[in-house]
Design a protein around this ligand. Structure first.
Ligand code: OGA
Ligand code: NI
Length: 337
């Protein structure tokens, strides 16, 4: 295995190529470069339980919340949201109001962008924090390479000039962004009520104000068990709404076991982020998740982050909502995360 100095050099050269993981695949390889190899203690296979049943309440999958009932049976929907947000921290939503056409075009727009010639994509490759639209590979940090390319689009609070978006996904990104904002507001209203607060409590705290849309492209991998698409992490958001295609690979850690978030056509995946865990005084859980690499692909997913994950230390600005603090439930602090 290469030493760490050598690895940093490799990652630096890879970053400077501005071609992403897709560029490596296009060069035609059968073995992955060493910078993508996870250290032995960290191998993906080790974490996967070989046997044993999980005792999670949802039987090894994530709950589904049906928004069709919001008008007729709000109490039931709020109860479903509460249960999911308190336990797994992840749920599917169906009947959210975004037509399948929009979901499919968004996935397709992301794919077309990532399959543009490398010279075109290189124009968007940047680590400049001021740039609102940027293409990056792996994680947005320079310390490790992962089997993933991403396009970040900072949509709000300042409205993004559509001309900054790549033309091949411009219109659909604008349309998806508007529609996902509406779903986000509905979810924050449900989550507020699930906390026993007025429906507009979270939106009044500006939880739905910042919106970053990230189109991920996970190329097929010749040695998927030696690397990973997205490393284990929690999201530094209030909530994240994720759209995934039919390939799969996303996993959530529930009671120390990885469970698959299987693709569900037409559904969106919602997960609680660190900021909502803090302001909910630890009632709602921001749960660890990751994405495995696969031989099949590409896999495409589009995340919408409410609360900007690229802002450093944003969680230090937040504290539990006063109404949620009591003698029995003292204020939750960031150190407990
Ligand atoms: C993320 C994330 C999951 C996926 O971007 O934070 O967890 O399926 N993505 O791409
Ligand atoms: Ni995530």
């Amino acid at each position: 295995m290469a030493d760490s100095q050598d690895l940093l050099q490799q990652i630096k050269a890879f970053d400077e190529s501005k071609a992403g993981v897709k560029g490596i695949i296009d060069d035609g390889i059968t073995k992955i470069p060493s910078m993508f190899i996870r250290p032995p203690d960290d191998t993906v296979a080790k974490d996967i339980p070989s046997s044993g049943r999980t005792t999670d309440p949802y039987g090894g999958s994530i709950p589904v919340v049906d928004l069709a009932d919001v008008a007729e049976k709000p109490a039931k929907v709020i109860q479903d949201v509460r249960q999911a947000a308190e336990s797994v921290g992840f749920f599917h939503v169906v009947n959210h109001g975004i037509p399948n056409r929009v979901l499919e075009e968004m996935v397709e727009g992301a794919r077309v962008f990532h399959e543009l010639p490398r010279e075109v994509k290189a124009n968007y490759y940047s680590r400049d924090p001021m740039k609102k639209v940027k293409f990056l590979s792996g994680s947005y940090k320079l310390s490790q390479a992962t089997w993933r390319d991403s396009l970040f689009c900072d949509m709000a609070p300042e409205p993004l000039d559509p001309q900054e978006l790549p033309e091949v996904c411009r219109d659909i990104t604008m349309e998806y962004s508007d529609q996902i904002h509406k779903v986000g507001v509905t979810l924050f209203e449900l989550l507020s009520q699930a906390l026993g607060l007025k429906f507009d409590h979270l939106t009044r705290l500006d939880c739905a104000k910042e919106r970053l849309i990230t189109s991920h492209y996970y190329p097929p991998c010749p040695e998927p068990e030696r690397t990973i698409g997205t490393v284990e992490h929690t999201d530094g958001t209030f909530i994240t709404i994720l759209l995934q295609d039919h390939i799969g690979g996303l996993q959530v850690l529930v009671e120390n076991k990885w469970i698959d978030v299987l693709p569900l056509r037409g559904a969106l995946i919602v997960n609680i982020g660190d900021l909502l865990q803090i302001i909910s005084n630890d009632k709602f859980k921001s749960v660890i998740h990751r994405v495995l690499s696969k031989k099949e692909g590409p896999r495409i997913s589009v995340g919408c982050f409410f609360g900007n994950i690229l802002l450093q230390n944003s969680s230090s600005k937040y504290e539990p909502i006063e109404e949620l603090i009591s003698k029995k439930l003292p204020a939750f602090t960031e150190q407990s995360l």
